[in-house]
Design a protein around this ligand. Sequence first.
Ligand code: NAG
Ligand code: CU
Length: 498
Amino acid sequence: MAVLKKSTLLTLLFSVLVLTASLASATQDLELKQCRHQCRHQGGFDEEQRLQCEQRCEEYVRDKKQREREEREEGYTRRRSREDSEEEEERFEQNNPYVFQDEHFDTSVRTEEGRVHVLRKFTERSKLLKGIENYRVGFLEANPRAFVAPVHFDADVIFFVASGKPTITLLKEKKRETFNLQCGDVLHIPAGTPAYMVNRDDREKLFIVKLINPVSLPGEFEPFYGPGGENPESFYKAFSWEVLKAAFKRDRDEIERLFRQQKRGSITKASREQVEELSRHAESGGAAPIWPFKGETKGPFNLFHNHPVSSNRYGSLFEANPEECKELEDLDLIISFANITKGAMIAPYYNSKATKISFVVNGEGWFEMACPHISSEHGHRRGGGTWQGDKSGQSFQRVSGRLRRGVVFVAPAGHPVTAIASENSNLQILSFEVNGKGNTRYPLAGRKNIVNNMENVAKELAFGVPAREVERIFKSQNEEFFFPGPTQQEEGGRRAYI
Ligand SMILES: *[C@@H]1O[C@H](CO)[C@@H](O)[C@H](O)[C@H]1NC(C)=O
Ligand SMILES: [Cu+2]
């Protein structure tokens, strides 16, 4: 058996490589010819060696062609998916006044121990949100054992505890109320009530989502810090010395000294002993939102302690509503929490009269909503399909947005909406549904969808096809409020932006 001189072959292949590097793929046949030529004229090769050499040339050129084809295709798909996601991105950002991210929040407090961010007025974004002008959304994040200074607001504030263990004290007219709250607890702090709080958890950060309902200026509210000093600046200091001296019956120096001390801001660190002291006499939150005697009890309740109003393996929906809960009756508010299983979706539905302000507490995904208020001129319709017949000029635009922790999105009453969880994590959405009294959720797909409830003749008249055809579509999905999502139902339906 003949043995190829390795060095000779390598030199040969190297020269071929150098040669081919400068050649376009169309000249690969030429390349092959030249390679063979070199094999034939290489000194010292016997017949077998020459054949082997030519074979190597063929293999080399074939492999190279294959590699180039693969690279071309890969490049194409890479480019495609980049275009797709850019298109998606564009679709998300354009023309969508219903979704809010980090950049739409203002920082109202930031210290070493925590921060408070408040979303700007809804009407600053669009007049389509005028209906919820008098609601604001914010969140508070604080370290373990952080203390949040006493403060009152010219607004009703509704708290939802998403993580951490706050002990909160409300100074009510006749008594002091302290509650040890936990994840899922909801608390209403009536306007003007002085309140302070400590995160009694030693490890977990406190994360509280707030709905704020101003009582004085529509859509505007302020924190009022009294017991404090320089920072947070105390409102006591706005009064004249004459007034303060008379009010406290102390001299100016003493008063001045007291109000000069606090400079660490409105969120500071407490010691373990102080946390222990603050939480020792607290009542725990944690009751279920439905009490046997409505109107008897006020105070915090836990959203998760009731049975979910809807639940299957694709998700759960927890809800507290004004019909069942006195606290929410006064506020005309529904509070709900959707825990959408990874890869699953909420049934498209709409609220009959409530406008839903949602805050993404955890996870990723996206939402889609049909909106007749936004012109389709700037947007794009899926597939560019056309609709025949009299359209009375109305057109529904799809508005959608990427969802991740901290994103706020709004679904006005009557607007069909859905949310979809990414395949990587459960999507957990806390919603404040304002104008909630007597609200109905109308599902648009799934077992209880509105079309299934129509008589056959109405189905035929509405769709212009036999009822059987309508039912084939509308009776296929048997789940009720949570379904497998698009990525689970469609082969290869993976979205570029997940
Ligand atoms: C959400 O659902 C998952 C199961 O899919 C469960 O493990 C988790 O505890 C739920 N979270 C909440 C806050 O309900
Ligand atoms: Cu709209």
